[in-house]
Write a protein that binds this ligand. Structure first.
Ligand SMILES: [Zn+2]
Length: 460
């Protein structure tokens, strides 16, 4: 009912004012208020001219921020949900901010990060013009079951009119919305590729056509790579947007499509971030941007420093890395990345499920799908486990073969920095989860303080 919609809009606008006066962060509260009054608020709210949705297991926050930043750098008036959550209350909040008190949409384009499980509450009312699916991989088991379940779930709710931008290097993602207009991105063979899966998880081993075992021309990690079936000739989709000639010395990659190509700067050398960049370029090209213009716009942006941050003080380097808890694949990628990096390392592993500990805890089986074995590496000299899941982490490290003398256990995260061994010229990694984000920043600050003290002592 339209009447209820206006009441909901005004009440949530008042909620924003009240939050501002009381100096509270707005987050999702306005959306919660609006949905309480008008459960189908999204049906009535005015929409911008164009809507981009970004979903997928990993990378959706980074990519949707990247796309929003580029559009803003180009002077566009963009609505997005980067300050709230990626579920319906966060998206409703973004629309409330983007709507005037008279119900008029104030923004020209929306870039919405959409949680895979929330499409059921969003897509009946909000029809994206373009939707990017970054990848569909193993995630929190209790919430997401397995990636094919999520694929089928997306297929139920994605509107038929939405143009899909999909990852061709992920057979599960590339089977999303098969009846829609679709384009694919991927990355050509890289030096570090293999042909056999070395990870504990491989969620796509069987040919979708004939059910024989798939092979890979090149495999990056888990089931991400270029698949083919030697029995029936099935092949992964070819690339409309192809990342190629990656150069990790110059930190560049070329992105090529049927109209041309350009060389883009990489935010960092992790494979996740290379995919993030290529997928963002694909979406922006679909929006009509030329490569030339995009290269210029990308060069204006820095990267999201809260997700990847490196600080060098004296002879030591601190690296803060978001290592999503409950997500075996995201954590595996981080562990893989660390073991390939140069130098000696110490790690503070603190991505416990903080949000769960008050009342319950998700089972810890994700730790056994996760390639903790990467941490059993000679360059990783010391690992400090801390926080409510420290015993589980220690057990998992021991099962991965990490020697006892390389593991230290301490109850409180904030006490972990005092246990560092300060190996000369070492790299100190602080691995926090989404639940332990604020605590992770606090621990990293303590480490940075100690680094400064050591530097001052050396200089003094
Ligand atoms: Zn086959």
């Amino acid at each position: 009912m339209k009447f209820k919609y206006y009441i909901a809009l005004w009440a949530s606008k008042l909620a924003i004012v009240a939050l501002k006066i009381t100096k509270h962060n707005a987050t999702n509260f306005p959306g919660i208020v609006a949905l309480k009054i008008c459960p189908d608020f999204l049906k009535y709210v005015a929409k911008p001219e164009r809507i981009i949705a970004v979903s997928g297991t990993n990378g959706k926050t980074t990519v949707s921020n990247m796309i929003s930043d580029i559009l803003r750098a180009d002077g566009k008036n963009v609505m997005n949900n980067s300050k709230g959550s990626n579920i319906n209350t966060g998206i409703v909040t973004a629309f409330i901010y983007g709507t005037s008190v008279f119900g008029k949409c104030k923004k020209e384009i929306a870039v919405l990060e959409v949680d895979e499980r929330s499409v059921i509450r969003i897509f009946p009312y909000v029809h994206p013009d373009i939707m990017l699916v970054t990848n569909l991989t193993n995630d929190s088991i209790m919430r997401n079951a397995h990636p094919e379940y999520i694929r089928d779930f997306l297929n139920k709710y994605i509107p038929k009119t939405t143009k899909m931008v999909l990852n061709a290097d992920d057979l599960i993602t590339s089977s999303v919305a098969v009846e829609n207009d679709r384009v694919f991105f991927g990355i050509d063979k890289m030096e570090t590729d293999v042909t056999e899966c070395i990870n504990l998880r491989n969620d796509c081993q069987i040919c979708p056509k004939c059910h024989h075992k798939l092979k890979y021309e090149y495999l990056r990690y888990h089931h991400i790579g270029k698949a083919y079936c030697p029995s029936c000739g099935f092949k992964a989709p070819s690339y409309d947007y192809e990342g190629k000639n990656d150069n990790l010395t110059d930190m560049t990659i070329e992105v090529k499509d049927k109209e041309g190509s350009a060389v883009y700067s990489l935010p960092n050398e992790s494979i996740f971030n290379i995919y993030n960049l290529v997928s963002a370029v694909a979406v922006l090209r679909e929006l009509g941007y030329s490569h030339e213009k995009l290269v210029a716009l990308f060069s204006k942006l820095g990267i999201d420093r809260t997700r990847f941050n490196e600080i060098k003080v004296g002879s030591n380097t601190l690296i803060k890395l978001l290592t999503k808890e409950k997500n075996a694949l995201a954590s595996s990628r981080v562990f893989d990345y660390i073991h390939t990096m140069p130098g000696d390392k110490e790690i503070i592993w603190m991505n416990s499920c903080q949000g769960d500990i008050e009342s319950w805890s998700e089972n810890t089986c994700w730790l056994y799908d996760c390639d903790v074995e990467f941490l059993n590496h000679e360059s990783i000299k010391h690992i400090i486990v801390c926080g409510p899941r420290r015993f589980d982490h220690k057990l998992r490290l021991k099962l991965a073969g990490v020697p006892d003398d390389r593991i230290t256990m301490v109850e409180k995260e904030v006490d972990a920095p005092s246990k560092l061994r300060w190996i000369k010229d070492d790299y100190i990694y602080v691995l926090y989860g989404t639940d332990s984000f604020d605590l992770g920043m606090k621990v990293a600050d303590i480490v940075e303080g100690l680094m400064q003290e050591r530097k001052d002592e050396t200089n003094g």
